[in-house]
Design a binder for this molecule. Structure first.
Ligand code: PLZ
Length: 454
């Protein structure tokens, strides 16, 4: 085998200047993507899957352009990451400038201002106006894992409660917190101890329990099976992401948070997927005035660069001894520069309003699908984080096969569409907030067509 250039495929400029259109230049996957898929199979570990079988060369606005010249409508944002848009000019400029100055010192060795500035911004933007501190990491899993470490150090307790359908990551502790066995946990045990699972509020499937009733059910389980005195933290996604965009009934989250406060338990919101304007508020917690003790963030924070954070009450965050938190790359200067540019867009670029507008289009189109097709059992979510749950109309049972066929149909027609859900029967919409209305409607039109056809 001859060595290949890492950039054997043509580089083209991305960002919002890319032609905003769906274009099928070849079938999907095209010949170059097929070639790369074959190389992937022989070079990349088999456990790493690809759900849309194309290889990207550029992306921006609402499209991803592949190696064969196809232009696909992006309804996934790389799993809720490129909220500000892919290759957003502000992010590109900040990253380029920082990379030209220095790329790394390790914040634990030699500090730099950007890290502190991101901490100050997160302390200001996250829910609540109490005194806060922030620590930076690389991935969502790492942020969640550190939030648990901090809660344990603060409380001197060990147990952690997570919920049905939860997703918190793939590291050992976060696998334990994640609910779904396949593909995340099968064969990878033993898992971290002292993790307990409580029932969620899942309005579509729990017989219409109110938020207060569902919270009472969860709290009873926690009190009887774990014991408040043993419990360091409750961790929950305010809207579950991988679990299927489950929005708990109103009052569920505030009741849990109140109970946690009354019992000296740290309430952690995992806003890795829901954070930063995605749900039509800066954080999903804001919709119910929820003020978590700790908030884990990642994904959208840095416009596509790897960065994550834990932000929370100063007295909890500062319970950890000096040197107890860190990591070689946490708060890398280039990622931090990207975050400052992105955070500025979230705060001053009208993105919260844009997420609400996108949400209105999603709801209008998807509600119409549900009204005309009994297989669309539920439409739910907030802002630019909306999903449909597909069911067998006769029984209400989850229809994962239909879901997979719709996703495959959309992929073949140039729409990047993501699925989710414990039962694999949820199609989720997470467009970049830089997508235009027409492109969004066109993408949704392909989904409607898929429902009619498959
Ligand atoms: N918490 C709420 O959504 C990541 C993972 C997809 P990392 N979700 C997408 C996959 O199959 O790996 C996620 C999340 C919530 C934590 C995480 C973990 O974030 O950056 O993937 O570690």
């Amino acid at each position: 085998m001859t060595a290949r250039s890492p950039h054997a495929t043509t580089q083209i400029q991305g960002g919002p200047e890319l032609p905003q259109r769906r274009l099928l230049a070849t079938s999907i996957p095209g010949p170059r993507s097929k070639d790369l898929l074959a190389r992937k199979t022989s070079a990349v570990a088999g456990g790493v899957g690809i759900s849309v079988p194309v290889f990207a060369v550029a992306a921006g606005g609402g499209v991803i352009v592949d190696v064969d010249g196809n232009s696909l409508i992006d309804l996934g944002s790389g799993i809720a990451v490129t909220t500000v848009g892919n290759a957003a000019p502000e992010v590109v400029a900040a990253v380029s400038a920082q990379a030209a100055s220095f790329t790394h010192t390790c914040f634990m060795i030699t500090g730099y201002e950007g890290y502190v500035a991101v901490a100050e911004t997160l302390n200001r933007l996250t829910p609540g106006d109490h005194d806060k501190r922030t620590a930076l990491f690389n991935s969502g899993s790492e942020a969640v894992e550190n939030a648990i470490k901090i809660a344990r150090a603060h409380t001197g307790r060990q147990a952690v409660v997570a919920f049905d359908h939860a997703y918190h990551g793939r590291t050992n502790l976060t696998m334990a917190l994640t609910a779904k066995a396949h593909p995340y946990k099968n064969g990878f045990g033993p898992f971290a101890p002292e993790v307990y699972r409580a029932p969620l509020s899942y309005p579509y499937r729990d017989g219409g329990l109110s938020g207060a009733e569902a919270a009472r059910r969860a709290i009873t389980m926690i009190e009887k099976q774990v014991g408040a005195a043993n419990l360091a933290a409750i961790i929950i996604e305010p809207i579950q992401g991988e679990g299927g965009f489950i929005v708990p009934a109103e009052g569920f989250l505030p009741a849990l948070s109140r109970w946690a406060a009354d019992n000296g338990v740290v309430f952690i919101a995992d806003e890795v997927q829901t954070g930063f304007a995605r749900t039509g508020a800066m954080f999903a917690s804001d919709h119910e005035g929820l003020v978590p003790d700790l908030v884990a963030t990642a994904k959208g924070i840095a416009g596509g660069l790897p960065l994550s954070a834990v932000t929370g009450r100063a007295e909890i965050m500062d319970a950890v001894h000096v040197g107890g938190l860190g990591g070689t790359y946490g708060g890398n200067p280039v990622a931090v520069a990207a975050a400052l540019a992105s955070l500025d867009l979230f705060e001053h670029g009208g993105l919260v309003e844009r997420a609400q507008q996108i949400g209105a289009i999603l709801r209008e189109q998807l509600d119409a699908l549900r009204d005309g097709d009994p297989r669309v059992g539920d439409v739910r979510g907030r802002g630019a984080m909306v999903a449909i749950e597909l069911v067998d109309p006769a029984t209400g049972d989850p229809d994962a096969a239909l879901t997979a066929r719709i996703a495959a149909y959309a992929h073949a027609r140039g729409v990047v569409l993501l699925t989710a859900g414990t039962f694999g029967n949820v199609i989720r919409f997470l467009p970049p907030l830089s997508i235009g209305d027409d492109l969004l409607r066109e993408g949704l039109g392909v989904v409607a067509e898929a429902l009619e056809t498959v």
